[in-house]
Ligand binder design. Structure first.
Ligand code: NI
Ligand code: MN
Length: 228
């Protein structure tokens, strides 16, 4: 069975594998890059939410309500989602849990996590998780940190989804260093060109990854998929 990864712009992806559909940071409404509208999302079994910012929490509770999907996030965002009628599972940094599609571990992210209304959204995170036999690292919003080296050590990462936008997260140079630390098979850039302050050339980033690391890199347009 192949695991299919689809980009939806900004930091939003969907993954099909293990008979499930898993969404990452489903920011569709007000996302100028989104290729789908929230009301058209019919297939969702799990939604991973990295932090409380509006461009990541996004439409998570709406999708959960309309599909019955379970939200997986930190404890505070899980509670927030449950209060809004969604099924949710709370993790905390360093903790993992075995879900039907694979194990999900919450990893550190150096960022913020307030809710759109200013409320406390707990600690921001990323996710290191498995879908079938594929290992995926979703860095979410973060600056570069040296502990990324640990993430690729226990088992090889098949794909690393890395922000390159700069300003709010790593820029392309630090994302390149992240690839060197993580040593994934494949790197996919995200969190760029959505807003004026995060304009980047993802193809230049991909070229540098291929030239100066052992990894491959693929730039996905919104709506585009690859088989991992
Ligand atoms: Ni953020
Ligand atoms: Mn963001």
């Amino acid at each position: 069975m192949t695991v299919k990864l689809t980009y939806h712009g900004h930091a939003c992806f969907s993954i099909e594998g293990a008979g499930k559909t898993i969404w990452l940071d489903p920011f569709l409404t007000d996302n100028p890059q989104a290729d789908v509208q929230v009301e058209d999302v019919k297939d969702a079994d799990y939604i991973l939410v990295s932090h409380g910012h509006g461009d990541h929490l996004g439409d998570a509770t709406t999708i959960a309500q309309q599909t019955g999907a379970m939200i997986i996030s930190n404890h505070e965002i899980a509670s927030y989602s449950q209060e809004r009628g969604a099924e949710a599972h709370g993790l905390h940094i360093g903790g993992g849990y075995q879900f039907p599609f694979g194990r999900v571990k919450m990893t550190i992210a150096h960022h913020g996590s307030s809710f759109p209304d200013g409320g406390y959204g707990g600690n921001p995170g990323g996710f290191l998780f498995d879908v079938e036999d594929k290992r995926i690292y979703f860095a979410a919003d973060t600056g570069l940190f040296y502990d990324m080296k640990l993430l690729g050590e226990e088992r090889a990462i098949d794909v690393a989804l890395l922000p390159i936008g700069d300003n709010y997260t790593m820029g392309p140079d630090d994302a390149l260093r992240a690839v060197q630390l993580l040593t994934p098979r494949l790197a996919v850039p995200m969190h760029y060109n959505t807003f004026d302050v995060i304009q980047q050339d993802p193809h230049a980033f991909a070229k540098k990854v291929k030239e100066s690391t052992g990894a491959n890199a693929v730039v996905l347009s919104p709506g585009e998929s690859i088989d991992l």
